[in-house]
Design a protein around this ligand. Structure first.
Ligand SMILES: Nc1nc2c(ncn2[C@@H]2O[C@H](COP(=O)(O)OP(=O)(O)OP(=O)(O)O)[C@@H](O)[C@H]2O)c(=O)[nH]1
Length: 251
């Protein structure tokens, strides 16, 4: 997992005086587009997360490649980024290791801490196969988008994704991110059908939202994620709520 952070961004947003909000929004969106395109070159996935802190998975890439991203950002934007890479037995532990690289180098609001770049490996783990679970709200268009206000639809979907994120993180060590519309993508450790059944049940019981999920596994996030998207299409066609592009009981 990769943790990316805009260096000393808080002070920059208010120096010499608070900057126009639309300028900040445009900067953050463009920077994320640069980051997402960079990850795509290595068949990785990038997530906007809080924009000032982004998250990625790039098992196919040598951690050293992120120095090129840092140079590109420094040349093209008025800000710089730090990059921590973590390799561990679960995505959660890997992300925590990546965050640890940045946190131990200094504060996110320290003017002297810029363009940190390091890789931390936990328990001699290697960057092996990626498992991606692509979650989607069943008939979000019919139940929410075409029926209720966009605010209510947004609250309902965000609440469901929050429950999903917490369950996947706390119970399963997975890193789950909202990716727009009614979709969320989880970078997962090993999975069993009952794992995801229980998670979907919890989300339904706490928020009333019914999820379907496609799961894929592969050497990179894109390989796994494309299989997950096809598995999700299978759910849409058949009404199954969980479908894997591989045997869920094989591991
Ligand atoms: N990021 C991302 N967003 C998607 C993807 N597929 C759909 N969306 C978003 O999800 C919204 C809803 O689309 P669907 O999920 O197809 O609609 P639905 O009404 O829930 O229909 P079913 O999924 O068939 O139950 C779209 O407007 C997109 O914003 C995807 O693969 N990735």
């Amino acid at each position: 997992m990769v943790a990316l952070q805009i260096d000393d961004y808080g002070p920059w947003t208010t120096t010499p005086e608070p900057r126009r909000e639309t300028d900040l929004q445009a900067l953050q969106s463009r920077l994320f587009a640069t980051v997402a395109d960079f990850f795509a070159r290595f068949d990785g996935y990038a997530f906007a997360d809080r924009y000032d802190n982004m998250v990625g998975v790039a098992n196919g890439a040598d951690p050293a490649v992120f120095e090129r991203l840092q140079t590109q950002v420094a040349n093209q934007y008025p800000v710089t980024v730090s990059v921590g890479v973590g390799t561990a037995g679960t995505p959660r532990t890997a992300l925590e290791a990546a965050n640890g690289v940045l946190q131990q180098a200094g504060s996110a609001q320290d003017a002297d801490r810029t363009e940190v770049h390091d890789h931390r490996v936990v328990d001699d783990a290697t960057a092996g196969t990626v498992t991606i679970a692509h979650f989607d709200v069943v008939d979000a268009t019919g139940t929410l988008t075409d029926r209720v206000s966009s605010a209510e639809a947004g609250h309902t979907i965000r609440r469901a994704v929050l429950e999903l994120r917490e369950q996947m993180w706390e119970r399963h060590g997975a890193v789950t991110q909202f990716v727009g519309g009614d979709n969320a993508i989880a970078v997962c450790p090993s999975l069993t059908p009952s794992t995801l059944d229980a998670v979907n049940d919890h989300v339904r019981e706490t928020t009333g939202v019914e999820l379907q999920v496609g799961i894929g596994r592969g050497p990179t996030a894109h390989a796994a994620g494309d299989d997950a998207k096809h598995a999700l299409e299978h759910c849409r066609e058949t009404g199954e709520r969980i479908h894997a592009a591989f045997s869920l009981v094989e591991r």
